[in-house]
Design a protein around this ligand. Structure first.
Ligand code: HEC
Length: 100
């Protein structure tokens, strides 16, 4: 039986934590040495927020690859950072090409 004093904490836990957690699980499940295609990585990770209005549209905006790399590695306010084990440098380049 969970004590009722914990219930409010469970309720206010930010949704974003759940989102990022489930994304990292799904990425890890398919870890492989081969870089994944930009379109696939975009659909699996970035599209989770950027195709549904949680994040701004980033497609067809000619965003420079360096900018994408910078944002993804460091995060930006509500956007979490995605370090190397989740997305490789090569995959970031592929994403950049796909959304350009
Ligand atoms: C958990 C949700 C989430 C995921 C997943 C996510 N983003 Fe974001 N992203 C955001 C949000 C929210 C912003 C806007 C941040 C702000 O301006 O406060 C953003 C902003 C950005 C920006 C800056 C856009 C601009 O207009 O300058 C880029 C570039 C970007 N994301 C790229 C990516 C890429 C590439 C991926 C996939 C590897 C990704 N994001 C995955 C939520 C996410």
């Amino acid at each position: 039986m969970i004590s009722s004093k914990y219930i409010p904490i469970i309720k206010i836990r930010p949704i974003i934590v759940g989102v990022v957690f489930s994304i990292s699980l799904s990425v890890h499940a398919e870890d492989s040495a081969q870089p994944r295609d930009g379109e696939i990585v975009y659909a699996k990770i970035c599209g989770y927020c950027h195709d549904v209005g949680i994040g701004p549209n980033i497609k067809d905006r000619q965003l420079p690859p360096e900018y994408i790399h910078y944002i993804v590695r460091r995060g930006l306010r509500a956007m979490p950072a995605f370090p190397e084990p989740y997305i490789s440098d090569e995959e970031l380049k592929q994403i950049g090409r796909f959304i350009y």
